[in-house]
Design a binder for this molecule. Structure first.
Ligand SMILES: [Zn+2]
Length: 465
């Protein structure tokens, strides 16, 4: 078996690993690389292997950094199967369509700026979107549902089985068996006790492990503290008449926060301020969450069985319409808006940030990992000046990070997750983490389990025997 790391190698986005075994070639994930615009376009638009050589794709979960380049693959002629769980398939439909929409918007914006530059006699060419809605829609018929825990033979002598990842609805880790080698791929590993989701499950013993390392150098606060922090932020900001702007992934994080806010209002721990979910994707994704109660943990299943709607309550409004979204700009605080994208790279969140970021009464609540070079990262770093729609703006709003709700295990949790399989492992490959995070985790793994650890760079290839 040969594995080549083509994405999420010493970085956190663009997950894509090439596995060659039993005479076939499969991709584990086909994610969108996010970063500097020009680099990202180059990397996403050109595959480092002939697309026609790929026999199948095995997808760990629906997040765009794992699934978001599937439309480019299909645009380049791929028409083979894409294996994943039923919930992931249902989430991918709206998420890939939304991704196409965001890219179209982004290109329109860039081209307007370029037109302006050209009008001044500067040479600047137009650019095209990475893919269109029609490419995203062509992905849908290729999905092949594989239930959690089921063995699936994807080619003669090449099979795989999935395990609960506890990271997002439908997300899995997996074990691949081919050429007499057992290789585990963690996908993204979640945390115990996250709202809605079941806890992550460690796969059975394997020879090799590809593991994520997003938070390989960090320890999160306990999940139980999330409700307390959220209550403090809402009370403090509402007390000064401010607005709370929450850039968050439309899928997963939004539904978790909605459920916690529901519980806080119910317990009268926060005032009953208006709460808006301003994202058409979040609205669509919430419908997918409602459709897949088989993925819920016990607490959420119980909530549902008691007749409560975990994702709806009287102070909450879901907004699809763009005019309703714009109307929020004229609304005075206090209120709370959840909007995408989670790293502030596009979407309606940009309008909300533009309208609130320069007022110190407001709070920007960051709820997930912010990749290098993104606007979200600049906000978390509390840069004094940040660019929004290409214009410099003063960051005066309070910034709060709510790491505990991270969908990713921290260093201690990753070590505990891999512990049951550690004694059999020949080698661990750390992916989906910046170099420093991976290095910190690698050191702990070497010390704790005495296993060889690699942090493959892009294109790095290994023969597994
Ligand atoms: Zn993920």
């Amino acid at each position: 078996m040969r594995v080549t790391f083509w994405g999420a190698a010493q970085t956190v986005t663009g997950s894509m690993h090439h596995v060659e075994a039993a005479g076939k070639r499969f991709l584990l994930d086909c994610g969108l690389y996010q970063g500097r615009r020009r680099d990202a376009f180059e990397r996403n638009s050109h595959f480092p292997f002939p697309v026609s050589s790929i026999d199948g794709v095995i997808l760990s979960h629906a997040h765009i950094d794992h699934s978001g380049n599937l439309p480019t693959l299909v645009h380049n002629g791929y028409s083979g199967p894409i294996y994943t769980t039923p919930a992931t398939i249902d989430l991918c439909r709206p998420m890939l369509a939304d991704s196409a929409f965001l890219q179209q918007k982004d290109v329109e914006f860039c081209n307007r700026r370029r037109e302006h530059r050209r009008s001044k006699g500067l040479d600047d060419r137009e650019c095209d979107p990475l893919y269109l809605l029609e490419d995203a829609e062509k992905v849908n018929p290729l999905f092949c549902p594989v239930e959690l825990g089921q063995y699936k033979e994807v080619a003669p002598g090449f099979r795989y089985r999935t395990y609960e990842a506890g990271h997002m609805l439908g997300a899995t880790s997996m074990v691949i068996e081919a050429d007499g080698v057992r290789l585990a791929f963690s996908g993204d590993v979640g945390r115990k006790h996250l709202p809605i989701l079941r806890d992550p499950v460690t796969p059975d013993p394997v020879d090799y492990l590809i593991m994520e390392s997003t938070y390989g150098d960090r320890f999160h606060k306990p999940v139980a503290d999330v409700a307390d922090t959220l209550a403090d932020v809402v009370n403090r900001t509402a007390g000064r008449g401010g607005k709370i702007i929450v850039p968050c992934f439309a899928v997963g994080r939004t539904q978790q926060l909605v459920m916690i806010l529901h519980q806080l209002i119910h317990a009268q721990r926060i005032p009953s301020i208006p709460i808006f979910v301003d994202s058409p994707l979040a609205v669509n994704a919430t419908e997918v969450f409602r459709k897949h109660p088989e993925c819920y943990d016990e607490e959420t299943a119980k909530f549902l069985s008691e007749g409560d709607d975990p994702f709806g309550f009287s102070r909450l409004r879901y907004i699809r319409d763009v005019n309703e979204s714009k109307a929020l700009n004229d609304l005075h605080g206090p209120f709370l808006v959840l909007s995408a994208s989670g790293m502030c790279e596009g979407g309606r969140i940009l309008h909300h940030l533009r309208n609130t970021i320069e007022d110190s009464r407001n709070t920007i609540l960051i709820t997930g990992f912010q990749a290098e070079y993104t606007l979200g990262r600049k906000i978390v770093n509390r840069d004094r000046e940040v660019p929004i729609f290409g214009e410099p703006m003063q960051l005066r709003a309070e910034v709060v990070s709510l790491d505990a709700l991270s969908g990713h295990a921290d260093q201690g949790e990753l070590i505990e997750w891999m512990r049951p399989m550690a004694s059999h492992l020949k080698k661990v490959f750390l992916v989906h983490g910046e170099l420093a995070q991976g290095a910190a985790l690698a050191e702990v793994i070497r010390k704790e389990f005495h296993i060889d650890v690699q942090q493959p760079s892009r294109g790095h290839s290994f023969l597994l025997t």
